[in-house]
Ligand binder design. Structure first.
Ligand SMILES: [Zn+2]
Length: 238
């Protein structure tokens, strides 16, 4: 289960390992902002894809215009007029495009001709996501490792998998597990590790405004449950 640990010291870089990702954040300031997910699947309505993207953009634009209007902004102003439409397009086509399985990257595997049986680590993959509790950015880096089981994956595909799952309203621990599960599926091996170190704008900008902490989530499975293998991985990404 998820293990939330809100220390009082607010120190950066809390790090917890586990066979299932454990989520730690330095603190929490209010009930409802614990950033704890309940499932490894993104909670979606059964009819999530009944509306076309065009219809979703049309409706989001209208609702966002309402929000701006309620906030008192003058939507006849040149600078603001196009904002609802821009935001709607950005939500549907860009930053939340990973909600739609149609946008899942196609993955091609290659035969592992070189008989490479060691750990492969892809370091420093950019993570840009959104906290689903505040709709503010989460940004940082992911480090991914796997041990090839006869097949290898194009390196850029690792970035694509991260990007696909990041482009949703997320909690960091769920993002970590979703990436790991996808890797296991496409690579046909349990020997995967995912490590994400990210900052949350909702922590930096609001609430207690603590600006120097980052959140580390990890998911290890297969051979990475072995202490030596895991140590090798952590050594490489350090
Ligand atoms: Zn948040």
């Amino acid at each position: 289960m998820i293990n939330s640990n809100y220390g009082a010291n607010g120190k950066a870089g809390h790090h917890m390992n586990g066979s299932s990702a454990r989520y730690a954040e330095a603190f929490s300031d209010e009930i409802g902002a614990q950033h704890v997910g309940t499932s490894y699947d993104t909670p979606m309505k059964p009819n999530a894809f009944e509306l076309s993207d065009e219809e979703k953009m049309r409706q989001v634009e209208g609702h966002f215009r309402e929000i701006m209007d309620v906030l008192g902004l003058d939507l006849t102003d040149d600078s603001l007029r196009g904002t609802p439409k821009r935001v709607a397009k950005m939500f549907v086509k860009e930053i939340f495009s990973g909600l739609n399985p149609e946008n899942k990257p196609g993955i091609s595997l290659f035969d592992n001709k070189f008989r490479y049986r060691q750990m492969l680590v892809e370091k420093g993959i950019r993570v840009q996501s959104f906290c689903e509790h505040h709709f503010l950015p989460i940004y940082g880096q992911a480090h991914i490792a796997y041990i090839a089981n006869g097949k290898v994956i194009g390196l850029s595909k690792l970035n694509r998998i991260v990007e696909y799952y990041a482009r949703r309203p997320q909690v960091q621990e769920r993002l970590t597990v979703q990436i790991a599960n996808e890797l296991k599926k496409v690579l046909g091996t349990d020997d995967v590790a995912v490590y994400i170190d990210a900052k949350h704008m909702c922590v930096e900008m609001r609430g207690v405004e603590h600006q120097h902490c980052s959140t580390v989530t990890t998911e290890y499975s297969g051979k990475f449950l072995n202490e030596n293998t895991r140590a090798e991985f952590l050594q490489v990404i350090r």
